[in-house]
Design a protein around this ligand. Structure first.
Ligand SMILES: [Zn+2]
Ligand SMILES: [Zn+2]
Length: 323
């Protein structure tokens, strides 16, 4: 457990427990190959970690311990080269890392370096998600830094606990989406968060949204009134019904319907012909407000068949309040 950790940050299946003042400050790539950067609001601390970077890379072939070692060697050589350019020297160290090592991480190494700044990191290959993951926690070095960095490194998971699901967590949102859906867009703000996904090679889309300060957002409106305003023109051609429902013990609104359009005007024969290219016209959604966390959540899908069960599964995996 990380000291004064009160949040988990999760991106592309990587999840990390970090102190409350840390936030996601950068990300790139996708689930196969990408990176994320987290930074502390206390970036000038000389004793504790101030940020970290994670990189991941999908492997076609399982790398052996030697190849992992080689990759680390290159990383540390680059650190030494940079230090040299800055007319200083880098101290580097690497060794075995037994923490979290199971069959899942057949090869894992720990490393540290200290030049102008310092880092404590790990590199491993995960047999479950098939990725090589490199994590570096940054700071100024010293025993307190190392102790905290180790806690952070110990907390990192590179895939969800549920097979087929990828966890996402930031700004208080903790949710999961099926691994077959890839992130296609995002709006990352403290007050409003939207993660959009698309199923590869299909038209199916999914979005998960979180509004903070729900009481301010809703201004006393009922959920359905608020939804009508929020949805606005984006659902103008969708014919849906609203049904009272429940999520995590809160009253919720379930929407189910279809997007209108040319498909309805086609003869049966023509409809069969284009069936393979059927657009995603089925709309399903769940909207709920959590007074405990003062947040509102919306999960929506457009699919080629009704996805009520999927929307429910995601809502059930979205943690709106503790307990
Ligand atoms: Zn993994
Ligand atoms: Zn709740």
């Amino acid at each position: 457990m990380v000291e004064d950790a009160s949040q988990v940050i999760g991106w592309q299946g990587i999840s990390i427990s970090v102190p409350a003042d840390w936030s996601l400050t950068g990300f790139g790539g996708d689930a196969r190959s990408g990176s994320m950067r987290l930074d502390s609001a206390r970036a000038d601390s000389k004793t504790v970690p101030i940020g970290l970077e994670v990189r991941w890379l999908q492997q076609k072939k399982t790398p052996n311990a030697q190849q992992i070692g080689q990759r680390l060697k290159e990383l540390l050589a680059a650190v030494e080269k940079t230090a040299k350019r800055e007319k200083t020297t880098a101290e580097t160290w690497s060794g075995e890392c037994v923490e979290n090592v199971a069959q899942e991480r057949p090869a894992q190494l720990a490393f540290r370096w200290k030049a102008g700044s310092a880092a404590s990191g790990r590199i491993w290959y995960c047999a479950t998600c098939g990725r090589v993951v490199i994590v570096q926690v940054y700071g100024r070095g010293g025993p307190r830094f190392l102790e905290h960095a180790t806690q952070i490194l110990d907390s990192i998971g590179c895939h969800g606990t549920e097979i087929g699901w990828r966890s996402w967590a930031l700004y208080g949102l903790e949710t999961s989406a099926p691994a077959t859906y890839t992130l296609s867009g995002q709006q990352v703000m403290n007050i409003y968060l939207q993660l959009s996904f698309r199923q590869e090679k299909a038209e199916e889309t999914l979005s998960i949204e979180q509004w903070s300060l729900a009481n301010v957002q809703l201004k006393g409106q009922y959920l359905d009134e608020w939804f009508a305003v929020k949805a606005g023109s984006s659902l103008a051609n969708v014919d849906y019904e609203k049904i009272e429902d429940e999520v995590a013990g809160h009253s919720a609104l379930r929407m189910t319907g279809r997007r209108g359009g040319i498909i309805y005007w086609l003869s049966d024969g023509l409809r069969d012909l284009i069936r393979f290219r059927m657009p995603a016209t089925y709309y399903d959604a769940l909207l709920w407000e959590c007074p405990e966390s003062n947040k509102a959540y919306l999960v929506q899908t457009f699919s080629r068949s009704s996805q009520q069960a999927l929307v429910r599964d995601i809502a059930d995996r979205t943690r709106c309040h503790a307990g």
